[in-house]
Ligand binder design. Structure first.
Ligand code: ATP
Length: 913
């Protein structure tokens, strides 16, 4: 803020790191307890601007347009245009230049569209921050933060602005983005020396760094470009280029092809002038025509747009792609490892069973509504009858960070659903949150982390005595307990076996288990450490059975994946029996096999690689196990998609072929490590993304199978003419025209092609398989041959009937294009039949493209200006009939070829559709 001409009245003092926190709060006119008011925040936002760094510089439109000409082919064309004009062929040269410019405009527009699509998707991932405003905790977009905002930090968060810390709980921050130091920095509250280096300012949290552990709270002292990271203008989230291995493969292939073709064209020039008696001028034009005809200059652009459309479609199905190569990898995924809670299950938790030392109670009620009661057998139990319920309610409420609120008619939670369910239970047991929090204020907390599987809070009562509330995974809590209590509140000895039996039974029914315990301590304790919890001596109050049913759509998606040859494996922190029951409900396999985290730890890598193949569920697994599992699966040659949400999941997400982060409950750390983010945290969206990934790959192959035969057909026509010393059946200008209209109309329509009906009934694609495999190469040559036969045949036929050269060429060009129109229908399904209503009418873009092409061809054939430019003449009904007949013949020829392929390769990719 110091950079403002007249500093606003709320500016942070210089060197906040060296100031006491209170001084910074005072200078920023904000408070620890209430933050700033929303109105004030809006005013500050006006004054300071959004909390965002300027976007990375991009090429301006002019440069992007000029870059369209930066291509070997275009250089060749431009050179050809110059030479043609020097040779006095003004019209040909004008057409060449005209087409080059039109191609550049089209390329520019398509690229712009693809980039906009990706930008829009990137915006969907903009980060959020938890702040205190108007005395309430709220979630706001991180770019709306202003100096003076009080921000909460939790592990996995990216620090959204520069903060002077006000509160830290084991807070450790990875500041490598700023300082290059990869070891996490432990934070504290005390001011540091004014001249401390950035990495030593432990009282600060800097924008762009990652919370790797613990929790904290701080006041915003600088936003946007005023932050440290803004000053050194390091860019967060650099913009990903629009390139993928496949695109690079295609670009490399096109480049190679360009040179090969230029070589052939040069050879044809020598051959034509030396052995066929063409003049140098004519042969030069023919060689240019040959080169232009053969080079698939539209291919890279079509590939990019196909990918971009795929990415857009995935976003519509809640899968947001962060890195383009993931689109390709998704198409060949063979294993999906998924979290359970919230991804495969609904994450709508409800406590349905309370297991106590001397009874098991059923809990009634629906959702998070705090209405319902307790029953033992058929007998309703009141809170007065069972004093233990009040103790359970108290522990559930105090060792809890979730809030319940009534929105309209529905009870909603803010916070963790497991904790929301406990709050609802506490309210059913008659607990009063306000009174309890006043009577037993919280002094400290050890937040829940899946690594240690418990949460503990420290409170003190009026007398100043301490009380520790503990909740967590039963085996963890049970090991810290030495007593329990009966329903009537009387002490009871702890009988671990009977607790375990009851817990196993509930877990076997698919319930998530959580134990609650408390420990009263005489004397004061103001801070809670791990060691203090692990001293043990807790009284076990209850084990709670929480239901979280599978998502109906996940059950369907699992079945779809299995039909598509993709294994689904569940990795969960939950109890093995719970996970097994849920796995069975999801239909993970006929006989669900479970491996626990402890077993994974005991296994050598080689043994684990064997075990992963037959295991469906990994229970009580920690994020660290996920990395080993990905590696074990990859060692078996699997292509792995892995979901995750926590900061510790990041290494596994990075390592997986497709790392998938949760958009809602996922941390920034997980999102940044992932290739894909699920907007709805739903497993079904992973399956949808796989389907779209397969579709994109199909569509890329369709584009290749479509564009290359056109090039082969045209080039072969020119080549045949040179070889046999015939008149050129098609002029270079006409070739350019054909290339242009097919690339912008027909081929583009394929990018919008929907998934084929059986796309999820095929096995995954081998990632090593080249885009252009044997069958596809055959198809390209076959159709190329048909197109030559049609175009050349029409030219020779018309010439034989005495038509002028111009009329014969016009017929040949139209035959070529009509052949391509019909082939466009064929290619909509690479190997399945398209002789159906859907085959012809299923893609409206195809119909639109054909309409556009019809208009173009009408102009090309009948408009006098075009006739002069391209040397065309009007055709009569007879000619059109013959051309149409050729198109229909081609359609059937390809359909017959497909049927034959399906017979020859019934099991391969051409198997019956
Ligand atoms: P997944 O990895 O599939 O999301 P999960 O969410 O069930 O599985 P964790 O969140 O790691 O796995 O939870 C593991 C166990 O920790 C649970 O079975 C439960 O006993 C306990 N637990 C979960 N949430 C809390 C919480 N907020 N406080 C205390 N204990 C919890």
């Amino acid at each position: 803020m110091t950079e403002h001409a007249s500093p606003p009245p709320f500016a942070a003092p210089a060197g906040c790191h060296a100031q006491p926190a209170d001084a910074v709060l005072l200078a920023l006119q904000t408070s620890h307890e209430a933050g700033i008011a929303s109105v004030e925040a809006a005013r500050r936002l006006d004054l300071c601007g959004a909390n965002a760094l300027p976007p990375p510089p991009r090429n301006g439109p002019l440069i992007r347009f000029l870059l369209q000409f930066h291509n070997v082919l275009i250089y060749v064309l431009l050179a050809a245009g110059v030479v043609t004009s020097v040779l006095g062929h003004a019209v040909d040269s004008a057409v060449i230049f005209g087409v080059v410019v039109i191609n550049a405009i089209i390329g520019f527009l398509q690229e712009g569209k693809a980039e906009r699509a990706l930008d829009a998707i990137r915006d969907m991932l903009s980060p959020h921050a938890h702040v205190l405003r108007d005395g309430r905790r709220q979630e706001i977009a991180a770019d709306a933060l202003v100096p003076g905002d009080i921000v909460f930090l939790a592990s996995g968060d990216r620090v959204p602005a520069d903060l002077r810390l006000l509160d830290v709980r084991s807070l450790r921050i990875d500041e490598s983005a700023l300082t290059g130091e990869s070891l996490g920095a432990d934070k504290s509250l005390s001011p540091v020396a004014a001249d401390a280096a950035l990495g030593d300012r432990t009282s600060m949290a800097y924008s762009g760094t990652l919370v790797s552990y613990g929790q904290g709270m701080g006041v915003v002292v600088a936003t946007g470009s005023a932050t440290e990271i803004g000053r050194i203008s390091t860019l967060l989230g650099t913009v990903e280029g629009m390139s993928t291995p496949l695109l690079r493969q295609v670009a490399g292939f096109s480049r190679l092809l360009t040179w090969v073709i230029l070589g052939i064209a040069a050879a044809a020039f020598v051959f034509g002038t030396q052995f066929r008696g063409y003049t140098h001028g004519d042969m030069f034009l023919a060689a240019v025509g040959l080169a232009v005809a053969a080079i698939p200059e539209g291919l890279p652009a079509i590939m990019t747009i196909t990918l971009a459309i795929g990415v857009q479609r995935m976003a519509r199905r809640h899968a947001i792609i962060r890195r383009l190569p993931a689109v390709e990898a998704l198409g060949s995924v063979t294993v999906i490892c998924s979290d359970k809670t919230g991804t495969l299950t609904r994450n709508e938790m409800a406590v349905q069973r309370v297991i106590c030392a001397d009874a098991q109670l059923r809990v009634s009620g629906a959702g998070y509504a705090p209405h319902g009661g307790f029953e033992c057998g058929s007998h309703a139990i009141s809170a007065a009858e069972a004093p233990l319920l009040a103790d359970i309610g108290r522990a559930c409420l105090l060792c809890n960070d979730a809030e319940l609120s009534l929105q309209g008619k529905e009870w909603r939670i803010v916070g963790d659903p497991t904790e929301g369910a406990l709050t609802a239970l506490a309210l059913k047991a008659g607990a009063d949150p306000r009174l309890l929090r006043e009577a037993l204020p919280r002094d400290d907390v050890i937040p829940f982390e899946s690594g240690h599987r418990f949460m503990a809070t420290l409170h003190h009562d009026e007398a100043g005595d301490a009380c520790v509330m503990l909740k967590g995974a039963p085996e963890r809590v049970l090991s810290l307990c030495s007593a329990s209590r009966r329903l009537d509140g009387a002490p009871a000895p702890l009988e671990p076996e009977s607790w375990q039996r009851a817990a196993e039974q509930a877990a076997g029914e698919g319930m998530r288990l959580l134990a609650v315990a408390e420990r009263r301590e005489a004397g004061q304790r103001r801070a809670l450490s791990f060691a203090a919890v692990e001293e043990g001596g807790f009284t076990l109050l209850a084990v709670l059975g929480i239901t979280d049913p599978p998502r109906a759509e996940a059950v369907k998606a699992v079945a779809n994946c299995m039909a598509a040859g993709i294994q689904v494996k569940m990795i969960t922190g939950d109890h093995a029996a719970t996970a097994r029951a849920i796995g069975e409900q999801l239909g993970l396999s006929r006989e669900v096999k479970v491996l626990t985290g402890a077993e994974i730890e005991r296994m050598e890598d080689a043994r684990l690689a064997e075990a992963v193949a037959e295991t469906d569920i990994f229970a009580r697994a920690s994020p660290e196990h996920k990395l080993r599992l990905v590696e074990a699966l990859q060692a078996r040659g699997e292509v792995v998609a892995m979901t995750g949400d926590g900061v510790n999941d990041a290494p596994a997400l990075k390592r997986a072929d497709v790392g998938v982060a949760m958009g809602q409950k996922g941390t920034e750390a997980a999102k940044e490590a992932a290739e894909m983010v699920l907007a709805d945290d739903n497993f079904a969206s992973v399956a949808a993304a796989v389907e779209e990934g397969r579709t994109v790959y199909d569509n890329l192959r369709k584009a290749i199978a479509y564009i290359l035969p056109t090039n082969i057909g045209q080039a072969a026509m020119v080549f045949c003419a040179v070889l046999f010393g015939l008149t050129m059946p098609i002029t270079p200008a006409q070739i350019l025209w054909v290339n242009m209209v097919t690339a912008v109309t027909l081929a583009l329509a394929l990018a919008f092609e929907r998934p084929e009906a059986d796309i999820m009934a095929r096995p995954p694609r081998d990632p090593a398989e080249p885009l252009l495999n044997g069958l596809l190469a055959w198809r390209i040559v076959f159709v190329g041959f048909l197109l030559v036969a049609g175009g050349m045949g029409m030219f020779l036929w018309e010439s034989a009937r005495g038509a002028t050269l111009e009329a014969a060429r016009t017929a040949a060009v139209n035959a070529l294009l009509i052949g391509e129109v019909f082939y466009l229908f064929n290619v909509r399904n690479l190997f399945g039949s398209v002789l159906s209503r859907d085959g012809f009418l299923g893609n409206r873009y195809v119909l639109l493209a054909i309409l556009l092409l019809a208009v173009c061809q009408a102009l090309f054939t009948y408009l006098p200006a075009m006739q002069r430019l391209f040397g065309t003449l009007p055709l009569g009904a007879d000619e059109w009939l013959r051309i149409l007949a050729f198109g229909i013949l081609l359609l059937f020829a390809v359909e017959i070829e497909k049927a034959v392929l399906r017979r020859i390769f019934p099991q391969g990719e051409a198997r019956a559709h």
